[in-house]
Design a protein around this ligand. Structure first.
Ligand SMILES: [Zn+2]
Length: 490
């Protein structure tokens, strides 16, 4: 086995922001290049100073991005001599490819800063999810330039497309410098992958669980990875043994909403969790309520349907789509208004013209027949839409979002709760995590039996060491840090 070097550039002792460089024989791949949302939150004071010309400088200065030479865009380094000065002292990494595990922004969201010489690798459905979610998000500037790069030295130039390698499950990633096998797994978003780098005997879990509808995919990955020398494992929930299965969550929600006859029922979920959206739509029909989907979820489903994905999609024929009141003209629903962004206008127009399934439903219609609907919203901030519906006191609101991946989802809980109380809603939390709990992580490790374990994506990496000392897992645990270059397989 060739010698190789591993450096966890970011995401070693926190949840999210994974950026892992694996180098051997003069070439390297990056595994994920996500936004470190926690660090970004810690340092971001507002968007005033965060112009395109300053973003990379601030991000490197505050450690939102790692100080690594050779991976960032030439144009961004070229326009700012301060960036060059910071990077001069950084360690070099010469990567030819960045491989994404899934379409959560803490895994791919910082790749707008990556050099366009680095090819991006993802599955076809993962690409569609990234594109659809980016389009309908608040991301702007460099962070939105995942698929197209606008050269900032020659500002007026047309955007250039990045080179993309599309991979298929269980077949080697084309153009990768190593033999990398993508293995689909179960997580809180479809098209999520773990990887085995065959020539280095290294596996990387990405974000993984074994208690959702796609458990069998995770099982197959574990079989495939069994016996690797090195395992990079996510440890989001290494300090928790709570394990709520996805089907239990749906059962809890059903039991709770059954008692809300004549009142409004509303669920907040992540629009990208297509499997859960599908389950809730099905549940809604079983409860005799019309599901009304938030626009971002409908947009994502449209885009996936157009792409011919293999992901099972919900049938929108009997469903409603929530019509946001946005314009100053036309009674609030004038699609010609600039207050409807392009993707939203098109998604609504497709319904008005009958080109796509799903009927548009306005807040006032829901308000009149509250017991007829189940409203599916895409984030805590959308509680404001409920103020337009004016729910009957005691109406049901279920929060079923996974860990915050979207900045939009990250509005403070306290502010959300104030609205919940003002609206006199009966709030419940029903959630199944996208991440394996401690006992499942131990199982995964003991089934794969790596010689060396490298935990990432966790606030408690030392818990893995404790488990090794207690004999619950039998492998050497290497705790990575951005400053530490791990030389392996010597
Ligand atoms: Zn994730």
């Amino acid at each position: 086995m060739p010698a190789f070097e591993l450096r966890v550039l970011d995401g070693a002792d926190c949840v999210g922001g994974n950026k892992i460089a694996v180098s051997s024989g003069g070439d390297a791949v990056l595994l994920d290049f996500g936004i470190n949302l926690k660090r970004k939150r810690d340092y971001l004071l507002g968007y005033r100073a965060l112009t395109v010309a300053n973003t990379l400088y601030y991000y490197l200065y505050s450690g939102i991005l790692p100080r690594i030479r050779g991976i960032y865009r030439d144009d961004l380094v070229g326009i700012d001599e301060r960036v060059g000065e910071i990077l001069e002292k950084g360690e070099p990494v010469e990567a030819s490819m960045c491989i994404f595990s899934h379409a959560h922004r803490d895994h791919y969201g910082a790749s707008g800063f990556l050099s366009d010489k680095i090819m991006l690798a993802m599955s076809r459905s993962m690409r569609t999810i990234m594109e659809a979610m980016l389009e309908s998000s608040a991301a702007s500037g460099i962070e939105a330039e995942i698929f197209e790069v606008r050269n900032r030295i020659e500002e007026r130039r047309e955007p250039r497309e990045r080179s993309i390698a599309i991979f298929e499950e269980y077949s080697s990633i084309p153009s990768a410098p190593f033999h990398v096998t993508p293995c689909p797994i179960d997580h809180s978003i479809p098209a999520a992958f773990s990887f085995v780098i065959e020539d280095l005997s290294l596996a990387y879990t990405g974000d993984i669980r074994r208690h959702g509808a796609l458990k069998s995919l995770t099982d197959r990955f574990i079989e495939r990875a069994a016996g690797v020398e090195y395992l990079i494992i996510e440890g989001t929930r290494i300090d928790s043994s709570i394990m709520v299965r996805e089907d239990e969550v749906i059962r809890d929600i059903r039991r709770y909403l059954e008692d809300k006859v004549g009142k409004l029922a509303c669920i907040i979920i992540s629009p990208a969790d297509v499997d859960r959206v599908r389950s809730i739509i099905q549940l809604s029909e079983e409860l005799g309520r019309i599901p009304v989907l938030c626009p971002r979820a409908a947009h994502l489903i449209d885009r996936l349907a157009e792409s011919g994905t293999k992901i099972p999609l919900p049938d929108l024929r009997g469903a409603g789509i929530y019509f946001e009141r946005r314009s100053l003209t036309g009674g609030g629903y004038d699609l010609e208004s600039q207050h409807y962004r392009g993707w939203l206008r098109k998604m609504y127009a497709d319904r008005l013209d009958g080109r796509k399934p799903g009927a548009l439903v306005k807040a006032e219609e829901i308000s009149k027949k509250q017991g007829d609907y189940l409203l599916i919203l895409g984030g805590l901030d959308q509680v404001l839409e409920l103020a337009q519906v004016r729910p009957r006191p005691g109406s049901g609101l279920v929060v079923s979002t996974s860990e915050p991946h979207d900045e939009e989802q990250e509005i403070e809980w306290a502010r959300f709760e104030r609205w919940v109380n003002l609206l006199r809603l009966d709030l419940r939390i029903a959630h199944s995590s996208g991440h394996a709990d401690r006992e499942t992580l131990i199982e995964i490790i003991n089934e794969i039996r790596p010689r060396v374990l490298i935990p990432v994506h966790t606030e408690s990496p030392q818990e893995f060491q404790r488990l090794a000392e207690a004999g619950e897992i039998s492998c050497e645990v290497l705790l990575p840090s951005p400053a530490k270059l791990l030389r392996l397989a010597k």
